[in-house]
Ligand binder design. Structure first.
Ligand SMILES: NC(=O)c1ccc[n+]([C@@H]2O[C@H](COP(=O)([O-])OP(=O)(O)OC[C@H]3O[C@@H](n4cnc5c(N)ncnc54)[C@H](OP(=O)(O)O)[C@@H]3O)[C@@H](O)[C@H]2O)c1
Length: 221
């Protein structure tokens, strides 16, 4: 199957959380935000799960490194039930947006979203990520930045659709068994069944430590 090259990126605490137990996400340093916006400027598309849109209302643009709207990637929201609020910043006019829904999405909600962005239907109940990757590739998306959250990260990793993982470890520990971690989902039974990575590069950036890996297994996707 042809699919984009996928880079999973996140700012995490030392204990692997991408948000605190109350959903607070002040993890990234100003230096790391510039790094992330630099990646956004380079890729064709950026993808998040619907919970991230509902929790953070992100713009998902490269505005911290460029004023040129042409530098903004296509924004992709994985949203089976078409719950993306019409007033979301991800639907502003700073960049193109594509929402992936499933066949169970309410037809009225889908029509309302179509007035603001492109909507594709992939899968019966949940968004079928293989179908979505194929459609994105067909639209010319060759590089995709996956920005979470933990549930979508798991599905993408489990499906074998992630090629690189980059994390900026911020010098904080927040704990909390219900705080969202970098990868959620069911998890693998054994470490050796997991997704094996190879460290490519590491460096300090302001207060953070940036680690860049390539995925060794599941590369065929
Ligand atoms: N620190 C960071 O860098 C960072 C980055 C991003 C997010 N976050 C945080 O992460 C949290 C949200 O993460 P989350 O794990 O709760 O949710 P998420 O990954 O953002 O969204 C998950 C949702 O996507 C939808 N979805 C549709 N098809 C899917 C599929 N095939 N696989 C997986 N998901 C699918 C599901 O909802 P439906 O069934 O309704 O479609 C699912 O519940 C927020 O607190 C946010 O602030 C932090």
């Amino acid at each position: 199957m042809k699919r984009p090259h996928v880079i999973l990126n996140a700012g995490i605490t030392l204990d692997g959380k991408i948000a605190s137990r109350s959903g607070n996400t002040e993890i990234s340093s100003p230096e790391d935000m510039l790094r992330v916006h630099g990646i956004r400027k380079e890729v064709d598309a950026i993808m998040v799960g619907i919970n991230t849109v509902l929790a953070d209302d992100p713009k998902l643009t490269a505005h911290k490194v460029s004023d040129d709207p042409g530098d903004n990637p296509l924004r992709v929201v994985v949203d089976s039930r078409a719950r993306t609020p019409l007033g979301s910043r991800v639907l502003n006019h700073k960049a193109e947006t594509l929402i992936a829904v499933s066949e169970t999405a309410d037809a009225g909600r889908v029509e309302a979203l179509r007035e603001h962005c492109e909507v594709v239907v992939c899968g019966r109940s949940r968004v079928d990520l293989g179908c979505l990757m194929g459609k994105l590739h067909g639209m010319g998306v060759r590089t995709l930045l996956l920005e979470g959250g933990g549930t979508l990260n798991w599905s993408m990793l489990e499906a074998g659709f992630v090629d690189e993982v980059r994390v900026a470890i911020a010098p904080w520990i927040v704990g909390g068994k219900d705080a969202v971690t970098l990868v959620e989902g069911e998890g693998f039974d054994r470490v050796r069944e997991g997704v094996e990575l190879r460290l490519l590069r590491h460096y300090t950036l302001g207060p953070d430590l940036v680690l860049e890996y390539e995925v060794k297994k599941y590369k065929s996707g």
